[in-house]
Design a protein around this ligand. Sequence first.
Ligand SMILES: [Fe+2]
Ligand SMILES: [Fe+2]
Length: 335
Amino acid sequence: MISRDQHHAIGITRLRRSIRVIRVSWGAQMRSWNSMEEFEAFLDDGGLVEPDDDMPDAYRQAVFRFIELHANSEYMGGLTERDWIAKAPGLSNKLTALAKTQDEIGHAHLLYMVAADMGVKTRDEMTADLLAGRTTFHNVFHYRAYTWGDQIAIAYLVDAAALASQQAVFKNCSYGPYKRILRRIIVEEGFHMRNGEELLLKMAKGTPQQHQLMQQGIERWWWPSVQLFGPDTRPNDVLLRWHIKSERNEVMRDRFVQKMVPQLQAAGFTIPDPDLRQDPETGRWISGEIDWDALSDAIAGRGPDSERRLRDARNAWDGAAWVRAALDEAAAVAA
Ligand SMILES: [Fe+2]
Ligand SMILES: [Fe+2]
């Protein structure tokens, strides 16, 4: 019988093996470009940049920062999920929380490896920066999940918002390793979102108390999820120009609102936006004013739960020191 920690160690070893397969699969061949114009033309033609290519430094830095933010967010999201393995009601929900935790931490591992291959920072440096609060992670992981209703709202709203942004990146992503990793991540995020939908419908049809718990969860997580997409994209956003993002933030945010409002209303829930209205001609839903200060505060580490989250992350990192030591020892023995 192996322990849960040993399970984790085996999982990490498997991930390392799978990333090695991904690394060798493209057949490294360094390419270079004479000018930014030439490089951008390559990207516009649908070209995929690989880690060994002599890419412009501005592109390397921008893509690295984007992937590091994504990796940090998966990691912090995984730790939130882990909190619910013990608290989720019933065995089936505990198993789902366990599987989701493994997925999210797995996404973080894969993304950190892709980011480290860009040669900007090592993985240890990225971890140290995250735990010291020097780098950022998504706003939604700066809030606290108090109840099972919050946890379902996260699966239903936050996983759906994250999936929508990741799909938009995957569609046109110019950085090869990131695109390949996203293919796998998106499949798993799709399961998370479906799980959220199923649980939300269960609560909708449940007792008045369950309905109320779910409504409170929606009230706490609606705005952070809408804000997750970010303010309207600036006209000169290099992430769009360099085909990292394929859609403007406001387009993705609008699509999210159009999908979620009717679903939540049909399930008997209220959207916590008193100014939400429907255009009588187009039938499209228009949100009230969005508080962008809440987004920037959260990302800057001044969110309602930022401090506790980072403290928990530091404790989790320190608590798993023996796993890292065991893996390093095993690698040294095998070498
Ligand atoms: Fe994830
Ligand atoms: Fe997820």
